[in-house]
Design a protein around this ligand. Structure first.
Ligand code: HEM
Length: 131
């Protein structure tokens, strides 16, 4: 059995992010959505995600962006969110174990929930009356 360490620094974040988006690029559900926006060069997106997770997990400045706005035009729905989280959690668990790894999965799930509630096209939102 290989001993897994926790996510400790930006090099670990790169392992997580690179592994995760490799799975995304091979995924039948999610790949088409990403390829519409990122057709060939994934490195700028990966670089941005390294900075995002570095800020989210370690509070290190560097990420500037608005994830909510970026996702507001995407066809976010429960099935896609489930797959996204599944691939993210799988990548995390395959490489890391510990407090920061748990924190990364937790943060991803919170953001996923917000995306789904605020911009999702889930049936519940469409049928719920606002009054
Ligand atoms: C169904 C689920 C999701 C899909 C299809 C999706 C898709 C995308 C796509 C296509 C981009 C590139 C946008 C662009 O450059 O214009 C992006 C960026 C990003 N995504 Fe997601 N995403 C999903 C869920 C999540 C979740 C749960 C998180 C939480 C960690 C997340 C975090 C981000 C961040 C931080 C960016 C960079 C935003 C920026 O440009 O500053 N995404 N996503």
């Amino acid at each position: 059995m290989t001993f897994k360490k926790d996510i400790q620094n930006i090099d670990d974040i790169k392992i997580l992010v690179d592994g995760f988006y490799k799975k995304i690029r091979e995924d039948d559900l999610l790949a088409p959505i990403f390829f519409k926006i990122i057709s060939t060069d994934w490195q700028p997106h990966l670089d941005k995600m390294y900075l995002f997770w570095n800020a989210a997990l370690f509070g290190i400045r560097g990420y500037t962006g608005n994830p909510f706005l970026k996702h507001s035009t995407l066809p976010i729905r429960q099935e896609l969110i489930n797959r996204w989280l599944q691939l993210f959690n799988e990548t995390c668990d395959a490489n890391f174990f510990g407090e920061y790894a748990e924190n990364a999965k937790w943060r991803a799930s919170i953001m996923a929930e917000v995306f789904l509630k605020k911009i999702g096209s889930n049936v519940e939102n469409q049928t719920k009356s606002i009054l």
